[in-house]
Write a protein that binds this ligand. Structure first.
Ligand code: RI2
Length: 299
């Protein structure tokens, strides 16, 4: 896939999920570097940067995308085009490998935090959250899962089917049923698109309502997040740009004359509603995120 194809697939959400878009973008930039015929090193970098920008401009909220692209481009060091190309390829391959290893490490940790007999609510479709639940199930723990439908895209269908295929006791519920099922829930497990310096979690729209409801019932909220979802640029969740997508995803345009429709697809959960952020480098409480970001980015 070339840059345009990958960008189009990320924009249209044919490729979706914070981790998957990061890996797809890294891979596209690698392929681009491989095929780029430019012989002048400066022009080579300019072309790569333009390709990076095209990929970056597809979805504004998930920092996983910009972190992946920056990591890959940072690999372009050296004097010659060959060195620059080699650096980009190595950085992209390493990013993809590390991101997959991170999923395994996080799911090892998170599955250990799921106990026999637990009932779990999950929201949207997080690769790492699903991996964690399946791992706990494969360890013989008897668990029940409620997966929210996740309007408007209904990514909950994908989650529910993946869990059913793995043999997990899974029930699909509509988003507004979360409070109905919270009294019988032990833990909430979700993924993340961006985590800001103050420990806020930006994730699929509706996550903050679930977290608020979990707080009401003293149910811990675990966020499974690879560290490349940590943002060095945003100190607070409220500052993150929230993507608003086409209203046609919500309802057929014109179906309700005179009615305004809006379609924000992420929201921000404040740190006080999050128990733990489970990363590949360990379990972090929201108030430890700032230190972690400083260590990661040296700022
Ligand atoms: P993983 C998704 O965004 C959801 O918000 C999900 O929780 C998050 O990415 C993380 O996904 P979208 O692309 O990286 O469906 O854990 O809008 O797979």
């Amino acid at each position: 896939m070339n840059i345009e194809e990958t960008a189009a697939k990320i924009s249209s959400m044919e490729i979706r999920g914070a981790g998957k878009i990061a890996r797809a973008a890294a891979s596209a930039l690698k392929e681009y570097a491989l095929e780029l015929k430019e012989t002048d090193p400066k022009k080579f970098i300019i072309a790569l940067t333009q390709a990076k920008d095209k990929l970056f401009n597809t979805r504004p909220t998930a920092v996983s995308l910009s972190n992946a692209l920056s990591t890959v481009l940072a690999g372009a060091s050296g004097e010659s085009v060959d060195e620059l190309r080699e650096g980009v390829i190595t950085a992209a391959e390493l990013f993809i490998k590390n991101s997959k290893t991170a999923i395994e490490k996080i799911s090892d940790t998170c599955s250990g935090m799921i106990h026999d007999g637990n009932t779990i609510i999950t929201h949207c479709n997080s690769t790492v959250a699903i991996h964690s639940i399946i791992k706990a199930h494969s360890h013989g723990k008897k668990i029940r899962v409620y997966a929210t439908e996740t309007r408007p895209w209904r990514q909950g269908f994908i989650t529910a089917q993946a869990l059913a295929d793995a043999g997990v006791d899974i029930t699909l519920i509509v988003d507004s049923a979360v409070r109905f099922f919270m009294p019988e829930t032990d833990i909430v497990i979700v993924g993340a698109d961006t985590i800001t310096g103050n420990g806020s979690v930006v994730n699929k729209i509706g996550t903050s309502q679930i977290a608020l409801c979990a707080h009401e019932y003293s149910v811990p909220v675990f966020v499974c997040a690879e560290t490349y979802k940590f943002s060095k640029d945003f100190a607070k969740g409220e500052s993150v740009i929230i993507e608003e997508r086409d209203i046609a995803e919500v309802i057929e345009p014109g179906k309700l004359p005179g009615v305004k429709i809006r379609n924000p697809v992420f929201d921000t959960t404040p740190p006080k509603y999050i128990k733990s952020i489970i990363t590949e480098i360990g379990i972090i409480s929201p108030h430890e995120v700032s230190d972690t970001i400083q260590k990661m980015f040296g700022e």
